[in-house]
Design a protein around this ligand. Sequence first.
Ligand code: GLY
Ligand code: MN
Ligand code: MN
Length: 444
Amino acid sequence: MPAPAAALYTDHLATLHERTAIALDRGGFEHLVVPSGTPHYQLFDDRDYPYAVNPQFKHWLPLTRHPGSWLVVTPGATPKLVYLQPRDYWHVVPEAPNGDWTAHFEIVVVRKPEEALQHLPKNASRCAILGEAQSALGQYGAFKPNNPQPVLEYLEYQRAYKTPYEIAMMREANRIGARAHRAAERAFRAGASEFGIHLAYCQAAGQDANELPYGNIVALNEHGAVLHYTELGRAPPRPARSFLIDAGASHRGYASDITRTHAADTGGEFQALVDAVDAAQRRMCDQVRAGVDYRQLHLDAHLALAGILRDAGIIRVSPEEALATGVSGAFFPHGIGHGIGLQVHDVAGFAASDHGGTLAKPDGHPYLRLTRTLEPGFVVTIEPGLYFIDMLLDELKAAGRGASVDWDRVDAFRPFGGIRIEDNVACTDGDPLNLTRDAFAAAA
Ligand code: GLY
Ligand code: MN
Ligand code: MN
């Protein structure tokens, strides 16, 4: 780690120590114990699924490929890492602990999963153990995760407040993603298939599909209307009219989540619609400010997108009427975004407080993933979209709203699928930081 990042990491750990002391106090525990997780096996098979580290573990440590390790945090003491480095000639095993982070931990290397238990605190009942209830390898012993609610509620609520270290990691995840998005656009313009574009993306990111924070959405033409289209078609359509790519990158356990939409004909009507969504999306990103209720941002996005639909002649009603009657929802059927960090859809999006409680979603908006009021340190996605989804348009007709839509205009845009533009934006006590736009500007 370069020196500034090392200093940020030191401060990050200090913040986690403070939070952990409060969380343990709330639950009446002495130690926080966090297993990194274990592999999971496919049914009736000896093949394991790609390993995904416990997010509670990678919050402390930039280690994402270390199943069978344990972290122990005791207020006032150096945190302990029980580090599994098995003797195994079948697989590449984790290398001996190295890197700046090692200075912050007391590290014990064990060679077998079950040996870890003897290095955990003496009394398991004094431990808040955060992990999966079931271990595939059965080596939890007395340290079966108990996931105490008050501890989890506190830590997960606080996770929305990113430390400067975390924002630096997410900046890098965006930088990698922006570089790969550029390569993907070049592949699209060169006539590649969805699969070919995906490979170009992975190559430029230097990340395999399992290392990416979520499965790439690479959608040509009508496929853009499938919100989570992950088919990766092997043959390019002729002609390829449009390209929607929703793809992120990982860096030291942190995610980026980026979407861009491109038109093959950069002088046509679809490009004009993309440009209008892009301009509106920039204005929405500028609203990522302390004190803004994210629910309001979502509702405002409906009005802005409905205005674009009306200006394009696709709907015939005012933005307010479109929102009230569900017309805007037929074209924009997902939330404006979500928190992001260690997980692409970060935890505690609906948490009313660090003592629990739920902040409701607006009526009629079931897919919004974040209902909290923005505060400095929050990092959220802003991802408005417009899609031509037959199922939802049919439902709109069935609900008696057919007259609100110009169906000839829908027919003209349907072959392009849809548009989504998504950035990762950090809230500060001043202007927002758009990690994604900054990364694209630097990659230009
Ligand atoms: N890539 C999934 C999402 O945008 O939420
Ligand atoms: Mn997203
Ligand atoms: Mn996305």
